[in-house]
Ligand binder design. Structure first.
Ligand SMILES: Nc1nc(=O)c2c([nH]1)NC[C@@H]1CN(c3ccc(C(=O)N[C@@H](CCC(=O)O)C(=O)O)cc3)C=[N+]21
Length: 286
């Protein structure tokens, strides 16, 4: 069994981005910029936002974090986004999810200029991704695709089961896999006999937020398991949606949690921010 080391690969990607950012600065006097908006006081969200900020700084990307009270109105948030849409220092805008219940997530995500939508959540980018056109790809599934590439895990003709059909992970993951010519099955909480699907899978990607849902006896020998789940147990320990100790006896490749998909998400966000800066320069030099 080979561990898919997301931490190491993410460090490599961050270094690639740092080198490219330096080049952009030297050759074109451009500094890519990212704004992250955090609404409310969710502790996990604050941790992720902080880690995005630090990674940007290390890569030479200008980064600003806007922390707003949980009582912030939708109108205030939309006003802030409009300002950021028009701010030439900012190539990327990311609104950390989930948002408080009184705010309509779709309205907020649709307010972001699609050309600054480094999360790839705007319907413009979602549509382009599904159609296999150039787009900002959502960082988590994009990171998973990069892991497949790095470890030479082929996708064409493979049976891939995606467990979870969220807009952020499951659905875009399925789209990217379809575009890579995999045979894709998407399961959800209503799926009858989940094991009958996973047993036929060459690759399982699980993103449901249920600790240890995937067990070794649900896998075929030599399966690849990508665990996108990050669950904090009462003990404070992080654990995935796959039962790691149990699955590792069956798997050819397996991602750890932590140190697997999570760090890749941040690496790909930096890549998307760099891409946004490149594309803007290209538009403006015409
Ligand atoms: N608009 C938006 N974009 C996002 O990309 C987004 C979001 N909202 N909301 C929340 C999720 C979650 N997310 C993670 C990023 C990094 C780790 C990560 O680095 N995890 C480390 C450990 C982190 C820890 O110790 O808590 C690991 O798995 O090794 C995890 C999760 C981005 N998200």
């Amino acid at each position: 069994m080979t561990l898919l080391d997301g931490k190491a690969l993410s460090d490599k990607i961050k270094e690639e981005v740092r080198v490219e950012v330096e080049k952009l600065k030297n050759e074109k006097n451009i500094t890519p910029g990212l704004a992250v908006v955090l609404v409310g006081d969710d502790a996990a969200s604050a941790t992720y936002v902080n880690s995005k900020h630090k990674s940007c700084e290390a890569a030479g990307i200008y980064s600003e974090v806007h922390t707003k009270d949980s009582s912030t109105t939708q109108e205030e948030l939309l006003e802030l986004i409009e300002k950021m849409n028009n701010d030439p220092k900012l190539d990327g805008i990311l609104v950390q999810l989930p948002l408080p219940k009184h705010i309509d997530t779709t309205t907020v995500l649709e307010a972001i200029n699609p050309l600054k939508d480094v999360d790839g959540f705007h319907p413009y980018n979602v549509g382009r991704m599904v159609s296999n056109l150039d787009a900002f790809l959502p960082a988590t599934p994009f990171g998973v695709m990069r892991m497949f590439e790095e470890y030479n895990i082929g996708l064409s003709g493979k049976n891939v089961v995606v467990i979870g059909s969220s807009d952020i992970v499951g659905k875009p993951m399925a789209s990217l896999l379809i575009n890579a010519k995999a045979t894709v099955t998407v399961c959800n909480s209503r799926t009858k006999d989940l094991a009958s699907h996973t047993k036929a899978a060459d690759i399982v990607v699980i993103a449901v937020g249920v600790p240890h849902l995937l067990k070794g006896d649900m896998l075929k020998e030599g399966a690849v398991v990508i665990d996108v789940g990050i669950n904090r147990l009462d003990t404070g320990k992080l654990t995935g949606d796959a039962d790691f100790e149990d699955c590792k006896t069956k798997c050819s490749f397996l991602t750890p949690v932590p140190g697997g998909v999570g760090p890749m998400t941040i690496g790909m966000l930096l890549k998307n921010t760099l891409k946004a800066a490149y594309l803007r320069d290209k538009r403006e030099s015409k």
